[in-house]
Design a protein around this ligand. Structure first.
Ligand code: BG6
Length: 241
C-alpha cells in the first residue's frame, strides 16, 4: 500500500490488487486500466454457479454496470470476484457475465502490488523463457533507464503466482524518477514494492449475451528452495484449476 494512497472515490487506492476491467492499461479508448477499479463493489449474495462460500475466509463481490458506466462503455455486464484467504494462499476468482443483448469484448488484469523488504534484493523467476514486450524499450527507446536491470539483481523471491485463463504477467516498478511523478506514491515507496500483474490481453475476451468468462489467480508463499529454475512457466500460466 502506497504511503500516500488516497482513500477517496472516484480514484482507487494505490496498492492491494486493483481489478482492471474492461480495459488493461491504455489498450483501448477508456481511461487507463478501465473504470472497475474506481467503483464501489457490493457483497454478492448469489455467486451462482459457484457454490456459496460458507466460511469466514472468503467473500463474493459484485460490480454491475451503472448508468454512468454505460455512457462511456455501453455494454451491460456483471463482474464478480471471489476472494479466498487460506494459510499461505490468496485466491481470486474473477468472472464476467454479459448481461447485454449484444456481444462485447474486453481485456482484464489484476494488478498485484506486492510488498517487498528491499526491491534491490528481489528476483522474479519463472518468466525467463517466455516472450515478452518491453514497455520501456518500446516507449522510451532513446532514454532507457539503467535501473531496470536492478529489478532482477539479487536473490530472495518467496511468493508464487499461478493463473487460470489469464495469459500475461506484467512486472512493474516505477523506480526513483518515475515514483516522484506519481502523486499518490511516496518518493521512497518504489523501494518496497513490486507489481506482478496477471492479465488477459493476448486476445480480447469475447462474450456473447448471457455468456460468462471465468479466470483465477492464486498467490502463495513458497519455500526458497522452490526458486532457481524450478518454476515451469507453462505450468505457471496454465496450471491452476
Ligand atoms: O498508475 P496506474 O495507472 O495505476 O498504473 C500503474 C502501473 O500499473 C502496472 O501494473 C502497469 O504494468 C504499469 O504500466 C502502470 O504504470
Amino acid at each position: 500500500m502506497s504511503s500516500k494512497a488516497t482513500w477517496k472515490l472516484p480514484k482507487a487506492i494505490r496498492g492491494g490488487i486493483p481489478v482492471c476491467f474492461p480495459q488493461f492499461g491504455n489498450l483501448g479508448s477508456l481511461e487507463q486500466h478501465g473504470f472497475a477499479k474506481n467503483r464501489l463493489w457490493s457483497v454478492d449474495s448469489d455467486p451462482s454457479p459457484l457454490a456459496p462460500t460458507n466460511n469466514q475466509t472468503s467473500v463474493d463481490l459484485i460490480l454491475k454496470s451503472t448508468e454512468e458506466d454505460l455512457k462511456t462503455w455501453p455494454r451491460s455486464f456483471e463482474l464478480r470476484l471471489r476472494v479466498s484467504l487460506n494459510a499461505g494462499k490468496l485466491t481470486l476468482i474473477p468472472r464476467v457475465r454479459n448481461t447485454d443483448s449484444k456481444a462485447f469484448s474486453f481485456t482484464f488484469a489484476l494488478i498485484n502490488y506486492l510488498y517487498v523488504s528491499d526491491i534491490s534484493e528481489v528476483r522474479v523467476e519463472g518468466l525467463e523463457t517466455l516472450d515478452y514486450l518491453d514497455n520501456l524499450m518500446r516507449r522510451e527507446s532513446h532514454d532507457r533507464p539503467r535501473e531496470e536491470e536492478n529489478l532482477c539483481s539479487a536473490e530472495g523471491w518467496h511468493a508464487g503466482c499461478r493463473l487460470f485463463n489469464l495469459d500475461y504477467f506484467f512486472v512493474w516498478n516505477p523506480w526513483d524518477k518515475k515514483a516522484k511523478t506519481i502523486p499518490d506514491l511516496g518518493d521512497e515507496d518504489y523501494k518496497t514494492m513490486l507489481c506482478v500483474d496477471s492479465a488477459a490481453i493476448e486476445t480480447p475476451i469475447f462474450l456473447k449475451p448471457s455468456e460468462e468468462w471465468k479466470s483465477g489467480q492464486e498467490l502463495s508463499t513458497v519455500s526458497s528452495s522452490y526458486c532457481s529454475g524450478q518454476l515451469d512457466p507453462r505450468m505457471v500460466l496454465h496450471g491452476l484449476y
